[in-house]
Structure formats: structure tokens, C-alpha cells
Design a protein around this ligand. Structure first.
Ligand code: NIG
Ligand code: FE
Length: 391
């Protein structure tokens, strides 16, 4: 392959997430340039020092950040839960039971309809700056429906998660133990070839600590890596179990004891916060400040799903995290890029120093601070993936 280089010049503020290249933990460079060689970053520094390249693209003072790494979404689904949202906004509370509505609609949908819906939401996310995303099964809950959800997802991302243990399937309402047997047996066998990760919703009304341990342990034995929906709706064993099992991420982390925070601060598990869920369920915000001050690694993601968080917008989640969760704009940006990459145990995305994948998001703004300063404004003006401009 002939090497093709592109210089991107006149970047107002470049976030590299490499502190050796620029200011602060974000490694920010002002009046910056980047050189891309094929699909990777080859050079980053001040525009005045940029090496020559085959072509030049003028950023005209816009900010450039690493593409967002959305490490938590549920995009293989059908149907709509507007009525449930409406009821919540009239005072009803969220419960995991709503998942059953989406399970019924998803089972009834064709493969083509599911894939079209997935592509629709991916295009939406890309327009808002997301260049890497994880997505899960969990709205099928039969061997066949879980397997097809993962097969469809795997055609669009490497970060595919088996979530047969989203809730106990309605078909097994009288025998949850038999459902756990299915999830750790025949369903796992069918699903594991399509997935990288295994997940479980550890919560009252879904799966308890013992069941969650059995599900993640069985997944690990099949070569899947664990992650977990933990401590979303109530306090519980999820977070500490996730750390104990070396899960890459404990997701939600809304209700945490001091011992949970300590475990995250001292373990190898990222705390992934999903403020779209608290927004859409009118719930208490997760306390990002407490986690950061304790030394935990925090990621920020959308949790995009039709029930608890129907947003594909990482910029929206950043604005919520800054306004309501005690994060600074710099911390929130790091968590939505490098933090998401850590939650997926990826070292090729989430930063923009030489060797990284050339996944870039351009902003119609002088810096990323505008995500929270100008909430709700469509600031993403251009997105590049693997060195190619997408939009
Ligand atoms: O991450 N917590 C469990 N699962 C999803 C919600 C799914 C739904 O309500 O459909 C979540 O919030
Ligand atoms: Fe989720």
C-alpha cells in the first residue's frame, strides 16, 4: 500500500489525551496540526512545525478532539416506549419491567428491521461525534433471538456484548434458576462466537449477586470478558463483584457505598456513568466527583436504549455530567473519549498521539468546553474515522 498523508492545520484547540504532547491531562495544543498517515495519526504538534503532507485540510480555528468512545449502548431493538416515558414524566417511577415491552417488539421484528434501526442510530451517533461504540443483545432472551441480535451487531462493531441476562425471560418467570442455566449453557454456547463481552444486569428485579457471579464466570470460561450493569436503581453487590471478577467496567454506579467507591479506586474496573438514564428516569445523579476524588477511572457513555435513556448523544451526556455530576469540562471530555476506551480495554482509540487510530471529531467551537457551555447546540461539524472523512 502506498502511504498517503494528510495534514490537518489551524486547529484552534486540539485534545490529544496525551499529556506528553501538550497542556494538562488532555494534552491540549493550541494552533495545532495533525498529520494522518493512512488510517493512523503520524504526528501532532503546533501548526508552525507541521511536516509536509500529500494533502492539507484547514480546520479554520475549529477544535478537534478524539472521536467519542461510547462504551455502553443497547441498539439492537425494535419498538418505542414513548408511553412509558410519558407516564414517568407524570410521576411514575422506572422499573426494569419495561424491558419486556421491548423484548416483545424485538422478537416480532425481522432481521432487516432490526439492522435498519441499528444503522439509523449509528448514523445519528456518528453525526454527533461517536467513532467507536459498544452494543449489546438483551432484548431477545431466547437462544435464537439473542444469537441473531449479536450477529447483527457484530456486522457493525467489534465491541459486542452478550446480555442474555438483561432480565429473566418472561418465558421463565416461574423458574429463574432454569433461565440462568439457559443463559450460562445453551444460550452462551450460541452467543459466544459473536461477542467479545459478557454482561449482566445485577439489580433487584433482574439478577442477584450469586446469579451475576455464575453468569459472568460462565462467560469468562467461554473466553468472553466481563462487564456489568451495577448499582443503577439501588445499592447492591454488583460493583464489588465486578471489581472482584476483574470486569473492564461497572456501568451506572448510581448508588455507591464508601466500600464500593474504594473498590473502584483500588481495582482495575472503570466506573462508567450513564447520565442519560438518570435524566430520562428522573433519578438521582451518579456522583462523578466522589469517584474522581477517590482516584477511580470514570467513563461517560450514552446507554442509548428505548427505555431508560433514548439518547445517542455523547455531547448531551457531557453537558449533564458537567452541570449535575461535579465533573469539569476537561474531565467529562476525557471520560467520553479515553475513559470509554479504557472501559473497552482499547489502546488504539480515545487519544490522538502518533500510532492512534485517526478517529477525529471537529467542533464548530474553539474548544470542547463548549459542549457544556452551549448545551443542546449541534457543535459537531465533521467526523473522520480511520483517516477518512465521514461527515
Ligand atoms: O442500562 N439497566 C438495564 N438496562 C437498560 C435499560 C433497558 C430498558 O429499560 O429497556 C439500562 O438502563
Ligand atoms: Fe444499559
Amino acid at each position: 500500500m502506498t502511504n498517503r498523508t494528510t495534514a490537518i492545520t489551524n486547529i484552534g484547540t486540539l485534545v490529544t489525551n496525551d499529556p506528553t504532547l501538550g497542556e494538562g491531562p488532555l494534552g491540549q495544543i493550541h494552533n495545532a496540526a495533525l498529520v494522518i498517515e493512512n488510517d493512523k495519526i503520524a504526528w501532532a504538534g503546533p501548526t508552525t512545525k507541521a511536516p509536509a503532507a500529500d494533502t492539507t485540510h484547514d480546520a479554520a480555528g475549529r477544535a478537534v478532539i478524539p472521536g467519542f468512545v461510547d462504551s455502553h449502548s443497547h441498539l439492537v431493538f425494535a419498538g418505542d416506549r414513548t408511553a412509558e416515558f410519558n407516564a414517568r414524566m407524570s410521576g411514575q417511577s422506572y422499573s426494569a419491567g419495561g424491558i419486556r415491552t421491548t423484548v416483545a417488539a424485538t422478537r416480532a421484528a425481522t432481521d432487516e428491521a432490526l439492522e435498519a434501526n441499528l444503522k439509523h442510530h449509528l448514523a445519528e451517533a456518528l453525526r454527533q461525534g461517536t467513532t467507536t461504540f459498544e452494543t449489546k443483545s438483551g432484548y431477545g432472551l431466547t437462544v435464537q433471538d439473542e444469537e441473531r441480535a449479536l450477529r447483527i451487531a457484530a456486522a457493525h462493531t467489534d465491541e459486542v456484548t452478550y446480555l442474555g441476562a438483561h432480565i429473566v425471560s418472561p418465558d421463565y418467570a416461574d423458574d429463574p434458576a432454569a433461565y440462568v442455566e439457559l443463559v450460562t449453557g445453551e444460550m452462551l454456547d450460541a452467543c459466544a462466537p459473536h461477542a467479545r463481552w459478557v454482561d449482566v444486569f445485577c439489580e433487584k428485579g433482574a439478577f442477584d449477586g450469586d446469579q451475576a457471579r455464575a453468569i459472568l464466570t460462565a462467560g469468562k470460561a467461554k473466553g468472553l470478558l466481563p462487564r456489568m450493569h451495577a448499582n443503577q436503581l439501588s445499592y447492591g453487590p454488583g460493583v464489588q463483584l465486578a471489581v472482584e471478577l476483574d470486569a473492564a467496567s461497572a456501568d451506572h454506579c448510581t448508588h455507591l457505598t464508601d466500600a464500593d467507591v474504594d473498590a473502584l479506586a483500588n481495582g482495575n474496573t472503570v466506573a462508567t456513568l450513564l447520565p442519560g438514564a438518570e435524566f430520562s428516569t428522573r433519578a438521582e445523579w451518579p456522583n462523578a466527583r466522589r469517584l474522581l476524588d477517590a482516584g477511580a477511572t470514570v467513563a461517560l457513555s450514552t446507554d442509548c436504549n428505548p427505555g431508560s435513556s433514548f439518547t445517542s448523544s455523547v455531547p448531551f451526556c457531557i453537558a449533564l455530567a458537567v452541570r449535575d455530576m461535579g465533573m469539569t469540562p476537561d474531565e467529562a471530555l476525557w471520560s467520553a473519549t479515553a475513559g470509554g476506551a479504557k472501559a473497552l480495554r482499547r489502546t488504539d482509540v480515545g487519544y490522538l498521539s502518533p500510532g492512534a487510530r485517526a478517529d477525529l471529531t471537529f467542533l464548530n467551537a474553539p474548544s470542547h468546553v463548549h459542549f457544556a457551555y452551549r448545551p443542546g447546540v449541534p457543535l459537531v461539524s465533521e467526523v473522520w474515522r480511520r483517516g477518512v472523512r465521514n461527515g
